[in-house]
Write a protein that binds this ligand. Structure first.
Ligand code: SAH
Length: 402
């Protein structure tokens, strides 16, 4: 492939160089002083401070609020074939060092900005790779990246799941489909901590499975031995429920708005040899279902709350906080004294400190004493890059409720 030579030069406004110098990988459109030379959206630019000092190199998209995503701060490092190869190899080496394959056949191989590859997500599911391209810059390199992934990892097939809303902000339509090799089966069976799960790579959420919760499912299970009844709200395909059953919980109730996900939750229980009679599925809005359970006097030994992202923008933060508080309040009302609340937030805008305060506020309203036993985060295949605090998004608390 022809390697584009960056010729465009982007000069920042005065005093807008600090985040770039600190290796934050985004330049917002408001920081643009002037742009010199021709560059198409998705093409490469050299970034300079207002005074003219070279700072970094990245790719640009005028249609996005995030004007540039930075790729390197090393003037000697060209963005060419060997750059992408080295970054992919580095991400793969880091995953190997985690020895993930001892506990799972599915994990995140590349986590975008956190792995120095802005806009690119690659998940491995057994012998298949799923690629998510989030930006115009990655879109332009995609055909090349697919060949490189094929060469480096020899997957049976590479499937694209670029059906995410953020692409709209880049001026890109959603796109799904086979990129190369063999098409993945309708349902793949992955294994995680000795348990097995059906994953639909074509139509499942995200790239098929919530890989970021792997270690948390394992941690949660450590507390569920002997639980009579466990409520798994926002269950998706019942991954936490299967862990709970394996840990020795007698009965699990899954709640989700997706009937399809619940169907798979039942099949996942069966796939692991559990009597499906131990699983009760409730299709509906968890906010309402939990209220109904409270009113009906139902009680649980443990409640798991793993809602979808509530906060997409700073402007929604208050509403999101109210949502988290409400669902945690209902959950607390359902927990027997001495029982567990296992609660998560995957909204990056809600900090771990804020989340803890929200759970505290819910505990106050519920009139319950709550102890934190463990604080949880995203799995190590979703690393948090210090220079990119936005990459820290998942937080959870395992609590004892009195
Ligand atoms: N714990 C799961 C992942 C949960 S993802 C796992 O480990 O795999 C969040 C889930 O919440 C999705 O399945 C989505 O369908 C569901 N959901 C979204 N809004 C909901 C609502 N108001 N009530 C119930 N479920 C909801």
């Amino acid at each position: 492939m022809e390697i584009p030579v960056p010729s465009a030069r982007l000069y920042l406004k005065p005093e807008h160089d600090r985040p770039v110098r600190r290796h934050h990988p985004w330049i917002f459109s408001g920081a643009l002083g002037r742009l010199e030379g021709p560059v198409e959206d998705g093409g490469l630019v050299e970034v300079f401070a207002f005074e003219g000092e070279w700072l970094a190199r990245g790719y640009l998209n005028r249609r996005s609020q995030i004007l540039v995503r930075l790729l390197t701060w090393d003037p000697q490092e060209a963005i060419d074939a060997s750059f992408w190869r080295q970054r992919l190899e580095r991400a793969a080496r880091a995953r190997q060092a985690l020895r993930l394959e001892e506990r799972t056949t599915a994990y995140r191989l590349v986590f975008a900005e956190s792995d120095g590859l802005p806009g690119l997500i690659i998940d491995r599911y057994n012998d298949f790779l799923v690629l998510q391209s989030l930006t115009m810059g990655i879109e332009r390199w995609k055909p090349f990246l697919v060949r490189l992934l094929q060469e480096l990892f020899q997957p049976r097939g590479i499937y694209e799941r670029s059906d995410v809303d953020v692409r709209e902000k880049e001026g890109l339509p959603p796109r799904c489909g086979l990129l190369t090799g063999e098409a993945p089966p309708d349902r793949l069976v992955i294994s995680e901590h000795g348990l097995r799960f059906y994953v639909d790579l074509r139509r499942g959420h995200k790239t098929g499975f919530y890989l970021d919760q792997r270690e948390n499912r394992h941690r949660a299970a450590a507390y569920l031995n002997g639980a009579e009844e466990v409520l798994n709200a926002f269950s998706y395909t019942g991954a936490f429920a299967v862990y709970a059953l394996a840990a020795g919980a007698r009965q699990v109730v899954n709640v989700d708005t997706s009937g399809e996900a619940l169907q798979l939750a039942l099949e996942n229980a069966r796939l692991n040899g559990f009597d499906p009679g131990r699983v009760e599925n409730v299709e509906g809005d968890a906010f309402q279902v939990l209220r109904r359970f409270v009113a009906a006097g139902r009680r649980f030994d443990a409640v798991i709350l793993d809602p979808p992202k509530f906060a997409y923008a700073q402007a929604h933060l208050n509403r999101a906080a109210r949502g988290y508080k409400d669902i945690n309040l209902q959950a607390l009302r359902l927990i027997r004294p001495g029982g567990l609340l296992i609660t998560f937030s995957c909204s990056g805008l809600v900090s771990p400190e804020l989340f803890q305060k929200i759970v505290f506020a819910a505990a106050e309203d519920a009139g319950r004493e709550v102890q934190i036993l463990e604080k949880l985060s995203q799995g190590p295949d979703h690393p948090i890059r210090l220079s990119f605090p936005e990459s820290e998004y998942l937080k959870g608390l395992i609590c004892r409720v009195w």
